[in-house]
Each structure stands twice: as structure tokens, then as C-alpha cells.
Ligand binder design. Structure first.
Ligand code: SAJ
Length: 437
């Protein structure tokens, strides 16, 4: 295998193509977006990822990586196109379909075809194989067809592409072994071989596991609020048990994977996947809960103004895809709140509510709401901020701020998952030592 064609030059495809190019393969990277192709040809890399620009440029300058708007004949084809979710919670597979169809005219007996995009179980052996069959070749006999899902973390993609373990699921064992020779040339982690549907399950189960565990933490937060106790202290103590590791409640689950992938399992097997669907719905309902909580705090305030801190889907990244912070902000606006949002990691947002400094966000605001727990927010000075505000109310949806300090600065502090009654009880027993104090 010398020549590899990578289809879809996004978060996974571009790093994969450039890693292969720097490992001596002759790589053609294909994307349907002309603008993207032109940018790459001119040395501009559209994805912010440590080391990626250097690696792409090294690939292009060496002649090992060329970019094009159409595939070409190759020994191996790797498909890394997006598989988002449709409004009916089913996988949007049209990008996979058109990528598969685009290589059909170039397929030769003995070609390796890898589907890396995350897909519902059964897709590789079903729809994907059926399209490849349009070449007149038999995907089980004449071609080597596998699913090998990407599992890298944005921010560490180049490193994890090489160091992570990988699963390769083949339509046949021979196909999995063939793909192993390609990946073993640059992967340093373990490579596990399986059938295609198992590999599809592996990827979906990993992200579903996390989603269900976050949902459990969120449900604990709702229960604690109903009971008038503090979930954060309860979690901290429960997590001292050697076999318990409860995750963190929050305003919802964002990003392009965890909020999406569990639905692919539900789509494939709706009957038995009740827990998965229910967890997904609970996490999706969290922004609404946050808005209701804030609404209660704003009761009686005319023309309420809210300063929203954090826009990205999780701490210390600049990625706003599926961010629950955006959902909360949109709903707050719909309920008549004026929102100004500040995020030190978001620089060029087209959203008109985004302001460039924390001061702009809090001036004349009635309430600060923490939506993303960036480390930078720990250093905020609530005394200064409080001076600029109309009222001093804080709603912390991540338990991410030093609350005593905000209280000392005169803020009325509310925390997601804290029913507040424990605070009263604690004050009456000042000598009691509590975890996390
Ligand atoms: N979150 C919570 N509470 C927690 C942990 C996370 O509310 O205790 C929220 C975050 O704030 C965020 C969302 O969940 O909104 C997802 O964040 P994350 O850090 O859990 O995951 P991602 O989406 O950044 O990356 C995941 C990873 N998968 C797993 O950890 C199983 C990553 O390894 C995958 O490669 C990636 O999805 C992917 O591409 O599938």
C-alpha cells in the first residue's frame, strides 16, 4: 500500500492525511469544499490544532500530500466525513453515502476501504458495502472493507492519532488484517481486530457510557435541589468510595460527539435502549432547567440583564459546537432577558451578544451566570465586578467559582445542584468540618 486517498479534510481527515504523508505514503486528500482546497494549497490550515499546520505544510512541501476536489485511484481509501444528527435524532449519513459513491469509479480488486466516520451499528456491512458493490466488485471477496472509528480528543489530535489504541472491524478477518498493516505503520497504541459491527459499537458505547454517567450526575443534582441539599458535597464524599466515580452535573452536554452518538444506538435498537434515550433527554433538558432557575432569581426585576460567562461546550477550549451555553443564552433571550456573553477563548464570534471584556459583560447586569468553567474565571475579582453591576446575583451552573469570595463581595450565590438548605444548617454548626470547605 503506497497510495492512500483520504476523503473529508476536517478534524480527523486532515490530521490523518498529513500523518500518513509524513510516514512516506503518497496521499491524496479530497474535500468537496473548493474554498478549503484553495486555502490548503496556499498553505492556510483551517483547523486550530497543535502541530497540525507544520505537519500539513511538511506533507505538501514534500510532495507526499496533494489536495484535490475529486478522488483518484489508490491502494487504500479512508473516509472521514461528518455524520451529524438530524432533527428526528437519526444519523445524517448522506456525507458517507456520497463519499462512498465518489470512490466507486476508482475501485480496483484488492483495494482497502476504511470508514472512520462514526456510524450506527450495521452501517458498514449494510449501506456502505451496498454502495461499494455498485463498482461490480464484491466487498466481501474482492475488496478489503473495514470500520475503524476515530477516538481522538480535540486539542490532542496529532498525539492521540499515534498513541491511542485503535479498533479495526472488518467485513472479513482478512480485511481487518489488511487494515492492520496500514495503521500499524504509524499507530503506537494497541490495535484490536474485530468485525465491523463490533467496532461501530465500541465507539458508540464509549461516548454513551460518558453521556449516561453525566446524566446520572445531572439527575442527582435535580434530586438534591428537590431535597434541599448540596449535590457537590454529596458527590465529593460518595467519590471517596473505592468503586464510585460520579461525574459532574452541569448545564448540559455539548460537543460534536457525546450529545450525538448515543442516538445512533437508539436508532439501531430503539426497543432495548431506553436508558440511553432517557439519559440523552435528561442531558438535553438541563439548559431548560438552568433557564427556569435563573428565571426564578429574576422574578420581579424589570428588563433583566444577565452576564453570561463561557460559551464553549467545555472548559478551556474554543469549540462552541452543540454548546449548552448557547442554548441557555438563546432561551434566556427568548424569555426577555438581555444577555451579554464573555468567553476568553472565543475571539471572532459572529454572535451579537458576545462582548470582548468581562467588564462590558457585567456592567449594569443583575446577574452573572457561569456556563463554562474556564480556569481563567477563577481569578475574577467579584468585589470589582459587583461594583459595576445593578444587582449582585450569581448562578454557577458548574460549581466552578470560589463561592465564599463571591459571597464576601456581597453576591447572592446560587449553585446548580444546591438546594441551599444545607448552607443554613451549616451556619448553625460552625465547627463541623465538611469536605470541600
Ligand atoms: N461534561 C459534564 N460533566 C462531566 C464531564 C463532561 O457536564 O463530568 C460535559 C462537558 O462540559 C461537555 C460534554 O460533557 O459539554 C462533553 O465533554 P467531554 O470532555 O466528556 O467529551 P468530548 O466531547 O470533548 O470528547 C469525547 C471523548 N470521549 C470520551 O471521553 C468517552 C473523546 O475521547 C472522544 O474522542 C470524543 O468524545 C469523540 O470525538 O468522540
Amino acid at each position: 500500500m503506497d497510495k492512500v486517498c483520504v476523503l473529508g479534510l476536517g478534524y480527523i481527515g486532515l490530521p490523518t492525511a498529513s500523518v500518513l504523508a509524513t510516514h512516506g505514503y503518497s496521499v491524496i486528500g479530497v474535500d468537496v469544499k473548493d474554498k478549503l482546497i484553495n486555502q490548503l494549497r496556499n498553505g492556510y490550515v483551517h483547523i486550530q490544532e497543535p502541530g497540525l499546520k507544520t505537519m500539513v505544510q511538511a506533507g505538501i512541501n514534500s510532495g507526499n500530500l496533494i489536495v484535490a476536489d475529486k478522488p483518484a485511484a489508490a491502494d487504500a481509501f479512508i473516509i472521514t466525513v461528518p455524520t451529524p444528527i438530524k432533527p428526528d435524532k437519526r444519523a445524517e449519513l448522506s456525507y458517507v453515502e456520497s463519499a462512498a459513491r465518489s470512490i466507486v469509479p476508482y475501485l480496483q480488486p484488492g483495494n482497502l476501504i476504511v470508514l472512520e466516520s462514526t456510524v450506527p451499528p450495521g452501517t458498514t456491512a449494510g449501506m456502505f458495502a451496498a454502495i461499494l458493490q455498485e463498482s461490480g466488485l464484491n466487498p466481501w471477496q474482492d475488496l478489503y472493507v473495514v470500520h475503524s472509528p476515530e477516538r481522538v480528543l480535540p486539542g490532542r489530535i496529532l498525539e492521540e492519532l499515534v498513541s491511542n489504541d485503535r479498533v479495526i472491524g472488518g467485513l472479513t478477518p482478512k480485511a481487518a488484517r489488511k487494515a492492520h498493516t496500514l495503521y500499524a505503520s504509524f499507530v503506537q497504541g494497541e490495535i484490536y481486530l474485530s468485525d465491523a459491527t463490533t467496532a461501530e459499537m465500541v465507539k458508540l458505547m464509549e461516548n454513551t457510557y460518558r453521556d449516561v454517567n453525566i446524566a446520572l450526575a445531572n439527575e442527582f443534582a435535580l434530586v438534591a435541589e428537590a431535597l434541599g441539599t448540596n449535590v457537590w458535597q454529596a458527590i465529593e464524599i460518595a467519590n471517596r468510595h473505592p468503586r464510585v466515580n460520579i461525574l459532574k452535573p452541569g448545564p448540559g452536554v455539548g460537543g460534536h460527539c457525546i450529545a450525538v452518538d448515543p442516538w445512533f444506538l437508539v436508532q439501531a435498537a430503539p426497543g432495548p435502549s431506553q436508558l440511553i434515550a432517557s439519559a440523552r433527554r435528561l442531558n438535553d433538558r438541563m439548559p431548560e432547567h438552568v433557564v427556569e432557575k435563573l428565571g426564578a432569581l429574576m422574578t420581579g426585576i424589570e428588563n433583566p440583564r444577565v452576564a453570561a460567562l463561557g460559551l464553549s461546550y467545555k472548559s478551556n477550549v474554543d469549540d462552541m459546537r452543540e454548546s449548552p451555553a448557547l442554548t441557555v443564552i438563546r432561551w434566556l433571550q427568548a424569555t426577555g432577558c438581555e444577555v451579554r456573553a464573555y468567553d476568553p477563548h472565543i475571539k471572532d464570534s459572529e454572535l451579537n451578544i458576545v462582548v470582548e471584556s468581562i467588564e462590558e459583560a457585567v456592567t449594569d447586569a443583575d446577574c452573572v451566570i457561569l456556563l463554562t468553567d474556564h480556569s481563567d474565571f477563577n481569578d475574577l475579582d467579584p468585589f470589582d465586578l459587583g461594583q459595576m453591576m445593578r444587582r449582585q446575583i450569581l448562578l454557577d451552573t458548574r460549581n466552578g467559582l470560589p463561592h465564599q469570595r463571591w459571597k464576601s463581595a456581597g453576591f447572592d450565590v446560587h449553585i446548580l445542584g444546591d438546594g441551599n438548605k444545607l448552607a443554613v444548617w451549616r451556619e448553625s454548626l460552625p465547627n463541623l468540618e465538611l469536605v470541600g470547605e
